[in-house]
Write a protein that binds this ligand. Structure first.
Ligand code: G3P
Length: 215
């Protein structure tokens, strides 16, 4: 399973890259705003800066919601770097744009996916990645992991190549459960990845080894 970091924070992206387990980055307009990145020129430069740090795919989201606007923005984003994946919302014109980009060989990530039907449409349109938001489903008392299972079954039934990118992943159990179910990718904050390191028996065991080594 691939690990993506879900942030536009360059320091955290670098820390995750240095850890040696990072396969890519996802961003969205909220994450860019959180870092104070404003204006088209600065936003494009920020994507290039991210691409310089990581060796994997970097999802960059369009703001337009009409077909022509998404195509224009997506083409500009794709030209920035070969590892940019154009992130497109799951709406009618978004599906048309995904199909358009797929024919042109531009990779896409279909975002804001909350149902198996939406994921099926994204795969049929040729999305490279589909992003079901599991944490936000959990927030409204709906099982986000069940959605990942449903999409896995559907994609496997028809050998769709679209990768299931579990998004809105908030904590280490989400990561472990996604790995059990067979998500292709998880995207999450750095804190969820580093939380996988932790176990009190590791800490006490190491303390004991170090104490014994001094004897
Ligand atoms: O990858 C989607 C993500 O940014 C949404 O996460 O925690 O805002 O639901 P969250």
């Amino acid at each position: 399973m691939k690990f993506f970091i879900d942030t536009a924070n360059l320091a955290q992206i670098k820390e995750a890259q240095d850890l040696g387990v990072l396969d890519g980055v996802t961003t969205n307009p909220s994450l860019m705003a959180k870092e104070g990145i404003k204006g088209q020129k600065n936003i494009l430069k920020h994507y290039v800066d991210i691409c310089k740090i990581v060796t994997g795919d970097v999802s960059a989201e369009v703001i337009a919601t009409d077909f022509a606007g998404m195509v224009k923005e997506g083409e500009a984003l794709a030209k920035l770097h070969k590892r940019i994946v154009v992130k497109i919302p799951m709406i009618k014109d978004g599906i048309k744009a995904i199909k358009y980009f797929s024919k042109k060989g531009i990779r896409t990530n279909c975002t804001l996916v909350f149902s198996a039907g939406q994921a099926l449409l994204a795969a049929k349109a040729g999305a490279s990645y589909v992003s079901p938001f599991i944490g936000r489903l959990d927030d409204v008392s709906t099982d986000g992991l069940r959605l990942i299972e449903d999409i896995r079954l559907i994609y496997d039934n028809y050998a769709y190549e679209t990768e299931i990118l579990a998004a809105s992943v908030r904590h280490p159990m989400h990561i472990i459960n996604c790995a059990q179910i067979g998500a292709d990718v998880v995207t999450c904050p750095l804190s969820a990845i580093t939380a996988l390191l932790k176990h009190p028996l590791t800490d006490s065991g190491l303390a004991q080894f170090l104490a014994d080594a001094k004897k």
